[in-house]
Design a protein around this ligand. Structure first.
Ligand code: IMP
Length: 210
């Protein structure tokens, strides 16, 4: 089955590709990105993240992609929720500031008066899979951790240099893609989708054979 990942975020695309390269679904699911669409269609893909939850925003992106390509697709919405900031930036994580560096600077500034035990945070992902115009299903992932006092590491993307997952000394940006994926919000949501696809692919094969 060909399955489109509707995102233009290169960090997410790299993680999704690496997930499927290591997955037992490799031979049955061929994942491709918006960059493989024709130029006209990809220029039309501009979903407006107007939802108030990660689930709503993931569905907006998946529906918009499905409307354009009329083929199986998945999209995800992710955000960083910080306890001291009552869950902010949350669904506004991408709009918190104009670029990654400015977003991280702002976050550190907003946590200036937070005590060490008040820097708890989690990354949340909602991933919406649409196999037809009628069928959508959402998978979630969440990883808990805390916000570092300063940026650490060069790997990953987005807020990774500031996020230290529980049980680790390193930030996400100091872990390899595989290490991050094995515990991350996105890795969990992708794992749940992969299990669903495998169960359904197997069901279809069994139905065909009987
Ligand atoms: P969106 O899901 O594309 O709206 O991304 C929300 C914001 O969170 C953007 O600033 C992303 O760069 C950031 N982000 C999304 N996923 C991750 C991640 O896995 N690590 C760090 N930052 C992320």
């Amino acid at each position: 089955m060909r399955l489109c990942f509707a995102s233009s975020n290169s960090g997410k695309i790299e993680e999704v590709n690496s997930f499927f390269a290591n997955s037992k679904l490799t031979s049955s699911v061929d994942v491709y990105g918006v960059d493989s669409w024709d130029t006209y269609l990809s220029s039309q893909f501009d979903p407006q993240e107007t939802g108030s939850t990660f689930q709503e925003n993931a569905a907006i992106k998946a529906k918009e992609a499905y409307r354009l390509i009329k083929a199986p697709v998945f999209a995800e919405d992710t955000g960083l929720c910080v306890g001291f900031l009552n869950g902010a930036p949350g669904v506004y994580s991408a709009r918190y500031e104009k670029n990654d560096q400015a977003r991280m600077r702002k976050l550190l500034l907003e946590l200036k008066s937070a005590k060490e035990n008040q820097r708890t945070a989690s990354f949340v992902t909602a991933l919406c899979l649409m196999l037809s115009s009628q069928d959508s299903i959402t998978f979630f992932g969440r990883v808990k951790g805390h916000i570092a006092l300063s940026q650490r590491g060069e790997k990953g993307f987005g807020y990774d240099p500031l996020f230290i997952p529980d049980g680790f000394e390193q930030s996400f940006a100091e872990l390899t893609t595989d290490e991050k994926q094995s515990i991350s919000h996105r890795g969990q949501a992708l794992g749940r989708m992969a299990n669903f696809l495998q169960r359904n692919t197997l069901k279809k094969l069994t139905a065909k054979m009987s």
